[in-house]
Design a binder for this molecule. Structure first.
Ligand SMILES: Cc1cc2nc3c(=O)[nH]c(=O)nc-3n(C[C@H](O)[C@H](O)[C@H](O)COP(=O)(O)O)c2cc1C
Length: 491
């Protein structure tokens, strides 16, 4: 175990960056040569509410908030290299969150340097710098409660002596490394970095010191990383803005043209279904002064990863990935879920998909269910639909005679989701559903008789009946066209 622990000695790292340090950027930085990648700062209260979900379609581990937002997504490729940075001011909560993620990350870092309001409120981020007792309590709790390394990232204090006294206290908590951003709390990125402070810290402590604050001046290329390391006497270097602008700064032969870097970034964003607004934000950071160029304008106008792909001419790649993901989704659904009813709370579920080709034109399971309900003098089936955020798929639950039925498989459209729910209900109740090859039911025969009487073909019927059928299916989900589901009695 100990030998697998991440070492912070002599490394280059992607710094934690809110909105920037999501999975695509971290993977990109690793590809270009970063040894270690920090995630964006994630606030302990929000993370504590998350559930760990293995996403078998994307092949990721997701930490999902109650509102379905993916707060943190990681994958095998960054295993052993990703550091989870937390915003916290509470030792117990910090440990709860760190224990939630520790199986999936290489180390846990506490942000003690961010002066922005979202970080300092509640005593987190740079606010911790004036509360060394709290720092000590948090770090001690984490070090003793975790199996993985704990680190922290600070800014420098007004004097070298104060800074040294703080880092000595931090070192005594047992942390594995300390990142030092060589600016005072109220200094902005445009202010020069204080390499002498970092050097003083590096000379004092025996744990690895990770120098930070050198982007743009002095670090512009990979060679500058070494210069910054030497200038600070630190063991390691951590880059934020230089990497955000062009992640290939980590590449020994770099930097590569930013156009290429953006394309590689976008491919990861598509592959890992990154939030489109996050994708846009990161690309805009890379575009920098070209953000108002024709390409920049297209990126800004895009609302989805598909639209962003178009801006970069990557539609084909986007489609290929969607097809791959769908194939994986289908394979997983058909292999892993039982084809028999299972109770989930008060809902009877089955793994059922609606395949249009299995039913004659104009015949759907919903029609069968509606007709059967009428015959039984029951209230009309009531459909409720939910959509999940990760792939925008739909799932419907149908209520019939006060009982609920649902397919455990998710569908691409609301209509298909409703059909799947209807099939579950019909199968559980043992009622014909109108599938081709199923013994002819009254409904199918009736449709055939009607066609003969009218002298219409199936195709004509399909078009005509859409206009004629008017149904009133009560539903809480937003209104879809249900005409194709109306039984002929409703014309
Ligand atoms: C967009 C952005 C987001 C940042 N978010 C974080 C963060 O989440 N946690 C943190 O400790 N520092 C954060 N920082 C600060 C950087 O990690 C780093 O300390 C700072 O930018 C100085 O390093 P640089 O000169 O390499 O940019 C952020 C910086 C930027 C530019």
């Amino acid at each position: 175990m100990a030998s697998n622990r991440l070492s912070f000695r002599n490394i280059t790292a992607l710094a934690p960056m809110v909105r920037v340090g999501t999975l695509p950027m971290r993977l990109l930085a690793l590809d270009y040569g970063a040894d270690v990648v920090y995630c964006e700062e994630l606030i302990d209260i929000k993370m504590a509410q998350c559930q760990r979900v293995v996403n078998e379609v994307l092949q990721t581990v997701d930490f999902v908030a109650p509102d379905d937002r993916v707060m943190f997504r990681t994958c095998e490729r960054e295993r052993g290299r990703v550091v989870f940075q937390m915003g916290t001011a509470d030792p117990d909560r910090a440990l709860t969150v760190a224990q939630l993620v520790q199986k999936d990350v290489a180390a846990v870092d506490v942000n003690m340097g961010c002066p922005k309001e979202y970080s300092t409120k509640g005593g987190m981020g740079a606010a911790l710098l004036s509360n060394p007792d709290r720092i000590e309590a948090i770090l001690k709790k984490l070090v003793s409660g975790l199996d993985i390394p704990v680190t922290c990232k600070i800014r420098i204090l007004p004097s070298v002596e104060e800074t040294i006294s703080l880092v000595q206290r931090i070192e005594r908590t047992g942390v594995s490394a300390i990142a030092v951003h060589g600016r005072f709390k109220d200094e902005r990125p445009r202010h020069p970095v204080h390499c002498d402070y970092i050097q003083a810290v590096a000379q004092t402590v025996s744990i690895p010191v990770i120098a930070n604050g050198g982007s743009s001046d002095p670090v512009k290329t990979n060679a500058d990383i070494e210069e910054f390391r030497k200038a600070t006497g630190a063991s390691s270097v951590m880059l934020a803005r230089a990497a955000m602008w062009n992640a290939s700064v980590f590449a020994k032969q770099g930097p590569h043209p930013v156009e290429k870097v953006m394309e590689e970034y976008l491919k990861y964003a598509i592959r890992y279904d990154n939030n489109a607004f996050n994708t846009k934000y990161c690309l805009c950071q890379m575009l920098r002064d070209k953000v108002e160029s024709p390409l920049g304008k297209k990126v800004q106008a895009a609302q989805t990863n598909a639209e962003i792909s178009e801006a970069y001419g990557l539609q084909e790649f986007y489609q290929q990935i969607q097809d791959q993901l769908q194939t994986r989704r289908d394979a997983l659904q058909s292999s892993s879920l039982p084809d028999r009813p299972v109770m989930e709370g008060d809902v009877t579920t089955m793994a059922v998909k609606f395949e249009r080709r299995e039913y004659p034109p104009q015949i759907t399971p919903k029609m069968f269910l509606l007709e059967w309900s009428r015959r039984e003098k029951l209230e009309q089936p009531l459909y409720e639909i939910v959509q999940r955020s990760q792939d925008r798929a739909f799932q419907a639950t149908v209520t019939v005679a006060d009982k609920k039925y649902r397919s455990s498989l998710w569908e691409k459209s609301k209509k298909f989701a409703e059909q799947a729910a209807a099939i579950v209900c019909l199968r559980v109740l043992g009622i014909p559903e109108g599938r081709i090859g199923e013994e002819d039911s009254g409904l199918v025969c009736k449709r055939k008789r009607e066609r003969k009487l009218n002298g219409t073909t199936e195709e004509e019927e399909t078009e005509g009946s859409k206009k004629r059928h008017v149904v009133d299916i009560k539903r809480r989900a937003n209104g879809d066209d249900h005409e194709a589901d109306a039984p002929p009695e409703q014309t």
